[in-house]
Design a protein around this ligand. Structure first.
Ligand SMILES: NC(=O)c1ccc[n+]([C@@H]2O[C@H](COP(=O)([O-])OP(=O)(O)OC[C@H]3O[C@@H](n4cnc5c(N)ncnc54)[C@H](O)[C@@H]3O)[C@@H](O)[C@H]2O)c1
Length: 373
C-alpha cells in the first residue's frame, strides 16, 4: 500500500476553477504536510495504488457518533481500508484512530470540507453529522446551524464535485398529523422538533438538487437504532439501548417513556447493511430518493418482557421525561417500508427476539470483561 501527500494537480485546479452549475467559482489552497497512518489532513491526497482505487472513495461526516464507526468498518471491508475516511469534530478514541483514515472536519467550515473532498478525490459522501432529537430541543440554534447550514454546505459540495450523497432521515421527520400506524413513504410531514424540521428540509433539498442539478441523492428514514458497542447521541429512542446496559449491570432500569409507547426500531447491523444496499443500488431501480426502512416496532413494556425471558430479575420503574414523551407521541408507531422491499429487496434480519439475544450477548460479555479488568 502506498500513500501520497501531494498538492492538487494542475488539471484538477483547472476543473476546480471552472464555475459548476452556476455555483461560485472554486479556489483550492494547496499546502504540503505530513501525517500519521490513522490521520488524513485536509490537504492530503490519501490514496492507494492497488485495486482499491477502483472502488468509491468515501467520506463520512459526523463519523464518531453511534453509527459512523460501524459503517466505516462495513464499507472498509467492502471497498478497502484506505478508501473510507471517517471525519468528525471530536477526537477519535485510539481503536478508531488505529483502524483507518481519520480527519478533522467541521461541516460548518465549507472551504475545509471542500478541500478534503477534492484532495482525497471523494466520490461518495455519507453525511452523518447532526444534532439528534432530544439534544436538538435543548440547543435549537446549534441544531439549526449543524442540521441546516451544515446540510447546505454538504449539498453544494456534492453537486459541485459530482458526488453520490447519502443523508439519513428519521422517523422524527413525521409529526402527529402524519398517519402513525402504519406511516407510508409519502404523507403529511409536519414535525414539531428542530431535528424533524431539519430532516424534512434535508429530504426536500436532496430531492430538489436531484431533480434540478442531477445530484445522486439517496436517503433512508432510519427507525431508532440499537447498538451494543457505540453510545446513542441523544435521541428519543435511546431508552432501549440504555435498558440493555442497565439490565445487565444493575438489573434495574428507570424508563423515561410510558410503558405503551410504540416506536419503530432496528438493530445497527440491519441499518448499516440497508445503507450500503441503497448506496450500491443501480439508480434505475430506485423509484424514489427517500425511503422508509423498517425492522420491528415495540413498546418499553414489550422490550422488558422479552429481556425478562433472559434476565427475570430486571426491575423497571418509570420517570417520564415530558419532552421525550411528547416527541415519541408524535412519531410513527410502525413504518411502512414496502417500497424499499420491492425496489431493491430490502429485508431485515433482526426482529425483537434476535435483537434481545444479540444485545444481551454483547452487553453481557462487555460487562464481564470490565469486571475482570
Ligand atoms: N442513531 C439513531 O437512532 C438514528 C435514527 C435516525 C436517524 N439517524 C441519523 O443518522 C445520523 C448519525 O446518527 P448518530 O446516531 O451516529 O448520531 P450521533 O449524535 O451519535 O453522532 C453525530 C456526530 O456528529 C458530529 N457533529 C456534530 N456537529 C458537527 C459539526 N459541526 N461538524 C462535523 N460533525 C459534527 C458529532 O460530534 C457526533 O459525533 C444522523 O444524521 C442522525 O440524524 C440516527
Amino acid at each position: 500500500m502506498l500513500f501520497c501527500v501531494r498538492a492538487v494537480s494542475g488539471a484538477a485546479q483547472r476543473v476546480l476553477l471552472a464555475p459548476v452549475c452556476g455555483f461560485q467559482t472554486l479556489a483550492v489552497v494547496a499546502r504540503s504536510v505530513s501525517f500519521s497512518p490513522g490521520q488524513v489532513t485536509s490537504n492530503a491526497s490519501f490514496h492507494s495504488v492497488s485495486s482499491e482505487s477502483d472502488h468509491p472513495k468515501v467520506l463520512i461526516t459526523g463519523g464518531l457518533g453511534q453509527l459512523g464507526v460501524g459503517l466505516a468498518k462495513l464499507l472498509r471491508m467492502r471497498f478497502g481500508k484506505y478508501n473510507v475516511i471517517l471525519s468528525d469534530i471530536r477526537k477519535p478514541p485510539n481503536h478508531v484512530y488505529q483502524s483507518g483514515p481519520f480527519i478533522y472536519s467541521d461541516i460548518l467550515d465549507y472551504k475545509n470540507l471542500r478541500e478534503i473532498v477534492v484532495n482525497n478525490r471523494i466520490t461518495w459522501l455519507i453525511h452523518y453529522s447532526a444534532l439528534l432529537s432530544a439534544v436538538g430541543e435543548a440547543n435549537v440554534s446549534l441544531a439549526r446551524d449543524v442540521n441546516i447550514t451544515g446540510l447546505h454546505n454538504v449539498l453544494d459540495i456534492a453537486v459541485e464535485h459530482g458526488l453520490r450523497l447519502f443523508i439519513p432521515s428519521t422517523i422524527g421527520a413525521f409529526g402527529s398529523s402524519s398517519p402513525r400506524n402504519p406511516t407510508p413513504d409519502l404523507c403529511i410531514q409536519r414535525p414539531r422538533t428542530i431535528y424533524g424540521v431539519s430532516k424534512v428540509h434535508a429530504e426536500l433539498m436532496g430531492e430538489y438538487y436531484h431533480h434540478r442539478f442531477g445530484l445522486d441523492f439517496r436517503c433512508l428514514r432510519y427507525p431508532g437504532i440499537i447498538s451494543a458497542d457505540s453510545q446513542p447521541g441523544g435521541g428519543t429512542t435511546d431508552y432501549a439501548v440504555q435498558m440493555f446496559h442497565d439490565a445487565v449491570k444493575t438489573s434495574t432500569f428507570v424508563c423515561n417513556l410510558r410503558p405503551d409507547t410504540r416506536l419503530p426500531m432496528m438493530f445497527i447491523e440491519d441499518c448499516l447493511r440497508a445503507t450500503l444496499e441503497v448506496l450500491e443500488a443501480p439508480a434505475e431501480i430506485l423509484s424514489m430518493r427517500t425511503y422508509n426502512i423498517s425492522a420491528m416496532s415495540f413498546t418499553p413494556e414489550e422490550l422488558i418482557r422479552e429481556i425478562r425471558r433472559h434476565l427475570p430479575d430486571l426491575q423497571v420503574t418509570y420517570k417520564i421525561d415530558p419532552v421525550r414523551q411528547a416527541i415519541a407521541d408524535s412519531w410513527p408507531m410502525i413504518l411502512d417500508d414496502a417500497s424499499a422491499r420491492s425496489d431493491w429487496g430490502w429485508k431485515h434480519d433482526y426482529g425483537l427476539p434476535e435483537l434481545v439475544q444479540t444485545m444481551l450477548n454483547f452487553t453481557g460479555s462487555d460487562s464481564r470483561m470490565s469486571q475482570a479488568n
